[in-house]
Design a binder for this molecule. Structure first.
Ligand code: JBE
Length: 398
């Protein structure tokens, strides 16, 4: 496999000489070329950036050096064209599936941007004039200073899938993310280890020699870990809705108008009949906005539309209790398992020292109560006496 990387910090990519990827290069399995973008400038200062049209902070990478750098790759081509990957926080998420897909390509080129990004016409030139497939790809939802660190990660994840790069191909199969579950915990000798304070033992099943029992234990550990750490990965058959297919994120003030509409849509009947004194559905935009600072709120979007939300927080004087509230699913999306999945999301976001989840729900809402019960919630003893129209539900954290 051929990989070309264009960067203004070629030294950054020196790490690709090390370890398995370095060995694969020396063995001829990976043909990696690193190119300095400044070699394609013509001024004394080797300038690669300039100020943005329309104003704003930071600098933008100029198109001309990028054109010449890309031309030099494609021009030298004896066969085919590279697939161009531009790492950037606004790209499609990089994951094991994309790594597998890219590992099938004969030739990849990575363009590392710095500053506020690359002039948009470079993308048009690469896709339009050069006819390359161009993908903006992001490691995750955080901002790096440039694409180099992301390229190191992507080349490592892709490179190790190229046949021969990892010595024992079996170790590729049993890994986190290969089949959608996280890895099981692993142990090595000694079987009994004194950490200085506590004597810690390896789970006995691993010493039993019973391979079927070991396989079963490991599978259970994988499912449990995945549910605990990454509920978004848990298979749809376990949670109903695959949160992976949905866009779940922390709510911002920009979400408030739609949150207000969702709140009114979800609690219309309560206002009219069941809980006429409850202010929730009548809250103003300002009240909804203020709630964003008191609560952690998450919203779910599907095709851009806000279809569900939930919020959670610790209340003063109740340090180990995670209150989950305003679990709302748009009327046309109810009954899809979305509420259950979002509840799991809110639980998973609880800080580590939380020991129980609480929520309060309308007594007359049988479907909701069934769902909460299935999710492990129990009616708080005495709760129905305290509230007329709603009950408190509690669930210990596993
Ligand atoms: O993940 N990425 O590919 C990035 C590249 C550049 C800046 N921030 C990122 N997250």
């Amino acid at each position: 496999m051929r990989i070309d990387i264009i960067s203004i910090f070629p030294e950054y990519l020196g790490a690709l000489d090390i370890s398995l990827i370095g060995k694969a290069r020396r063995d001829g399995l990976l043909d990696i070329g690193v190119h300095d973008l400044r070699d394609f400038t013509h001024d004394r200062h080797r300038t690669v950036d300039d100020t943005p049209f329309g104003g704003g902070a930071g600098m933008v990478m100029k198109p001309q050096p990028w054109k010449e750098a890309l031309d030099s790759l494609v021009g030298r081509a004896d066969s085919g064209r590279p697939r161009l990957i531009v790492p950037g926080p606004s790209g499609r998420r990089f994951d094991q599936q994309l790594a597998r897909e890219l590992a099938q390509e004969p030739w990849l080129a990575f363009a590392c941007g710095r500053y506020e990004g690359i002039d948009e016409r470079v993308y048009e030139y690469a896709a339009g004039t050069l006819g390359l497939t161009v993908d903006v790809v992001s490691l995750g939802d955080y901002v790096l200073n440039g694409g180099e660190v992301a390229v190191l990660a992507m080349v490592e994840a892709i490179g190790r899938l190229v046949p021969g790069v990892v010595g024992n191909p079996e170790s590729l199969v049993e890994e986190s993310h290969e089949d959608g579950l996280l890895e099981y915990p692993v142990y090595t000798k000694p079987a009994v280890w004194d950490d200085g304070t506590v004597v810690r033992e390896v789970p006995p099943v691993l010493l039993s020699g019973n391979h079927a029992a070991i396989a079963q234990w490991r599978h259970e550990q994988r499912v449990r870990r995945t549910a605990e750490r990454r509920p978004d990965l848990v298979h749809p058959s376990l949670t109903g809705v695959d949160l992976d297919d949905l866009d779940v994120r922390a709510a911002t003030p920009a979400d408030v108008p739609e949150l207000l509409v969702l709140t009114r849509a979800c609690w219309l009947e309560e206002v009219a009949e069941v809980a006429p004194r409850w202010r929730g559905p009548n809250e103003s935009l300002a009240e909804h906005t203020a709630a964003l600072t008191e609560w952690q709120t998450w919203v779910v979007r599907s095709h851009g539309r806000l279809i569900a939300s939930v919020r959670a927080r610790r209340k003063p004087g109740e340090p180990h209790r995670w209150w989950i509230a305003r679990l709302m699913v748009a009327p046309d999306q109810q009954g899809t398992g979305l509420g259950r999945a979002l509840l799991a999301h809110a639980e998973a976001q609880a800080p580590a020292d939380i020991t129980e989840f609480w929520l309060n729900t309308g007594r007359w809402r049988a479907a909701n109560q069934r769902m909460y019960k299935k999710a492990g919630y129990r009616l708080l003893p005495g709760s129905s006496e305290v509230h007329e129209v709603a009950v408190d539900l509690v669930k210990p954290r596993r």
